[in-house]
Structures are given as structure tokens and as C-alpha cells.
Design a binder for this molecule. Structure first.
Ligand code: FAS
Ligand code: PHB
Length: 400
């Protein structure tokens, strides 16, 4: 096989990159270890920044998003028995976020690639990348039918997530890794019950953090901070609902969390990770392959999309003889990556109970939370970061 861009991974980064390249008349091949059904059902992110919505809309990918997405003008911060609204529209001059699950984004992307005749190979094994410092890198994989393929490329995009092979293909002495683990994880559930709130609730509680998100008017998405090594088996549904009720309780308000059948349950570890540079020769990393943020800032999916919004025009230029955008790719992305990494760390540190921490830690967190809901400047900073940074490219200048 021969293609212009070999893409490893059919998550949001790989699929969106393949589509953005196709809009520029650039051919790509996407290889994915999992099945299409698995990729479409994998419960992950739920919130799109303003800029991500614009990007999908300009790329012709927003039909279902515009029908099913739920535009939110703010979030609630809950602590010490109080619940406060942070009004994004008022604080940022109209910016909002849209609740639209990553599962739906992936379904839309796969459908668009398949409808356009895009080459997306699911259920592959033994993916390899090679000759990365030449101008003819090679992608190898074994297809679902057992056939071994070698694909000659002009460039390769490593969109294979945190546990993929592409970041590992960069010589360790050329890759700088900065990372931080957190002494807790998130237990997430998908529940067949109407949300008990109109907008997301981020709750600080002595027992630990809790988040009330949602997927639709009839499906709720909720998270609980749990220990870093917790197993899902230790959390039967009743225990989850009891703990959620406790952490969202508003004494004297009569507010109750609606409960219902749990459709999906999973535990997500928490880490901050940044690998730099996001490029090695003709290999370009995008999304979780290069960086991971704790989901408290709702940034992971949006960062992946922002990376490929920069990578598509950079590869277009490279393939047409102008190497400068590709040379700038890593530095351009890392500015946003570090802003998102800091914000996600800040939200995580402010809202989670640090195991073994003294009362001083809780008092410092409560002081920060009180300041955020009392100061317009502090609330504006949160709103600006949560809805996505002003310098996010308005679009991807889709045509050359
Ligand atoms: P992805 O991991 O989505 O996609 C990489 C793809 O590459 C996968 O499909 C994988 O199967 C494939 N792959 C890996 N190795 C391969 C190989 N050798 N060959 C071929 N294919 C290979 N973000 C939020 O904003 N909010 C959240 O609540 C949230 N929750 C999360 C929960 C979990 C369990 C995880 C892991 C992440 C969560 N994230 C969340 C972050 C998540 O949404 C990512 O940021 C997003 O999926 C990034 O997209 P990609 O970079 O495309 O990586
Ligand atoms: C989600 O809906 O899955 C979600 C929303 C906001 C977050 C994390 C996850 O910060």
C-alpha cells in the first residue's frame, strides 16, 4: 500500500485528522486495534469547548451535534453545603460549552470517513512504524483477515493514545517526559435516569470529589473520587448512589439526586503527562499519545481535536514543500497543552480530597472555592479556561 499520511489510532484525534486531511485532498490510512463497535461504545469525555464545536461545524461534522448537543452556559461549584453557579456567558461575553459525548463524536467521525470511502482498518494487530527520520516512513500492520501490510507514507500521525506504540518509537534521549500521578481515581457511571441538574455540578466534599454530568434529558453521567487502586467490584450500585447522595446533599434544600439503572461503570486513573517534542522526523504525535490531563477540566478530548486542527494544515504544507508549519507544530500545540494541563491540575487540586492531607489542605481548598464564586476576576479565569482559550483557531482554514 501507499498513502500520504499513515494514522495510528481511530480515536477522536486519528479520525478527525483523517477527515481534515481529506478536506484538503490528502489521502490517509487509519489503523485501529479495536473494533468499530468498541470505539463507538467506549465511555469517555462529555464536554466540547466552544472552539471544538466550531471546528466540527466548519468541517461538516456537526449535523447530529447541532440536533442532540446540549449547550451549557455555566457550571455549578458545590462546597460546604452551598451550590454556586458560574455563568460562562456573562463572564466570557457569550462563550459556552456543549455536552455531547465522545462516543457520539467518534460515531460521527467514523460514519463520515466510511461514507467518504476513507481507509479505516479496525481490528488490526502488530502495528509498527519505521524509517521515521526518512521522508518515506513506513507503517506496518496485520489486518483482521491476517494479511500483513506495509504502507509507504510521506508522514505518520501517532494518534494511538497513552498506551500506544508511537510515542515509544521516539528515542528516549530525544523525548522529555513530565508527569504527575494523583492519589485517587474516578469511578464513572452512566445511568438511565434524567439528570438532577440543568448544568454540571462539581462538588468538593470531605468524603471526596463528585461530578454530576449528563448525556441527554434521560441519561445521566456521574463520577465519584475513589482510591487509586479501587476495583469496580467494590462498588455495587447501591453503594455508588448512597455516596453520590451524600456528596451532593444540600442540607435544608430538599434537593435529591434521582437514581436509576446503571448502564455502564468504570474506573479511570488520574495523571498529568506531557511528552515533548510531539514530533520525531516524519512522525507527529497528537492527542493522548502526547499528553494526558485529569478529566476534571474536561480538556482531554478538546486537546486532541486542537492538536489535529494544527497538524492537518502543517502536513498539507509539508507535503507541498513548506516545512515551516510542521517545524512549528510541537511548540504551537504545547502552548495550549500546558495551559490545559495547568487548568486541569488546578481544578483537580481544588476539588479533590487529598488522602492523608490535614485540615489545612481542606481549608485552603475551601478558601479558593469561596474566592472563585465571590470574585468576578477569579470566576472569569475559570470560565475562560473551561470554555477554551481565546487564541484557539477560529477554524482550521480548511482549504489551502
Ligand atoms: P484515544 O485513546 O481516544 O484513541 C487512541 C486509539 O488508538 C484507541 O482507539 C486505541 O485502541 C488505538 N490504539 C492504541 N494502540 C494502537 C496500536 N498499536 N495500533 C492501532 N491502534 C492503536 N476526557 C475528558 O475530557 N473527559 C472525560 O471524562 C474523560 N474520561 C476518560 C476516561 C478514560 C477511561 C480515558 C482513558 C480517557 C478519558 N478522557 C476524558 C480523555 C479522553 O477523552 C481522551 O482525551 C481522548 O480519548 C483522546 O483522544 P485520542 O488522542 O484520539 O486517544
Ligand atoms: C463527562 O460528561 O464525561 C465529563 C464532563 C466534565 C468533566 C469530565 C467528564 O470534567
Amino acid at each position: 500500500m501507499r498513502t500520504q499520511v499513515g494514522i495510528v489510532g481511530a480515536g477522536p484525534a486519528g479520525l478527525l485528522l483523517s477527515h481534515l486531511l481529506a478536506l484538503r485532498g490528502i489521502d490517509s490510512v487509519v489503523v485501529e486495534t479495536r473494533s468499530r463497535a468498541y470505539c463507538e461504545a467506549r465511555q469517555r469525555a462529555g464536554v466540547l469547548e466552544d472552539g471544538s464545536v466550531r471546528l466540527l461545524r466548519e468541517a461538516g461534522l456537526a449535523d447530529r451535534l447541532d440536533r442532540l448537543g446540549l449547550e451549557h452556559g455555566g457550571i455549578y461549584l458545590q462546597f460546604a453545603g452551598e451550590r454556586h453557579h458560574v455563568d460562562f456567558r456573562e463572564l466570557t461575553g457569550g462563550r459556552t460549552v456543549t455536552v455531547y459525548a465522545q462516543t457520539e463524536v467518534v460515531k460521527d467521525l467514523i460514519a463520515k470517513r466510511v461514507a467518504s470511502g476513507g481507509a479505516v482498518h479496525f481490528d488490526v494487530v502488530d502495528t509498527e512504524v519505521d524509517h521515521l527520520t526518512s521522508d518515506q516512513p513506513v507503517l506496518r500492520f496485520t489486518g483482521a483477515d491476517g494479511t500483513r501490510h506495509e504502507v509507504g507514507c510521506d508522514a505518520i500521525a501517532g494518534c494511538d493514545g497513552f498506551h500506544g506504540i508511537c510515542r515509544e518509537a521516539i528515542p528516549p534521549d530525544l523525548l522529555t517526559v513530565r508527569e504527575r500521578g494523583y492519589p485517587f481515581a474516578w469511578l464513572g457511571i452512566l445511568a438511565d435516569v434524567p439528570p438532577s441538574t440543568d448544568e454540571l455540578i462539581y462538588a468538593h466534599h470531605p468524603n471526596g470529589f463528585a461530578l454530576h454530568s449528563l448525556r441527554s434529558p434521560t441519561v445521566s453521567r456521574l463520577y465519584l473520587q475513589v482510591g487509586p487502586d479501587e476495583s469496580v467490584g467494590a462498588w455495587p450500585d447501591d453503594r455508588i448512589w448512597d455516596e453520590l447522595q451524600c456528596r451532593f446533599e444540600l442540607p435544608g434544600s430538599g434537593w435529591r439526586l434521582k437514581q436509576g439503572p446503571v448502564l455502564d461503570k468504570g474506573i479511570t486513573p488520574m495523571r498529568s503527562f506531557v511528552g515533548a517534542p510531539m514530533r520525531y522526523g516524519r512522525l507527529f504525535l497528537a492527542g493522548d499519545a502526547a499528553h494526558i490531563v485529569p478529566p476534571t477540566g474536561a480538556k482531554g478530548l478538546n486537546l486532541a481535536m486542537a492538536d489535529v486542527a494544527v497538524l492537518a494544515p502543517a502536513l498539507d504544507a509539508l507535503l507541498h514543500g513548506d516545512a515551516r508549519p510542521a517545524d512549528d507544530y510541537s511548540a504551537t500545540c504545547l502552548r495550549r497543552v500546558w495551559r490545559s494541563t495547568h487548568f486541569s491540575w488546578w481544578m483537580t487540586s481544588m476539588l479533590h480530597r487529598i488522602p492523608g492531607a490535614d485540615d489545612m489542605e481542606a481549608e485552603l481548598q475551601l478558601s479558593q472555592l469561596r474566592y472563585v464564586v465571590a470574585s468576578r476576576a477569579a470566576a472569569t479565569s475559570l470560565a475562560e479556561n473551561y470554555t477554551g482559550y481565546p487564541e484557539l483557531p477560529a477554524g482550521t482554514n480548511l482549504a489551502r
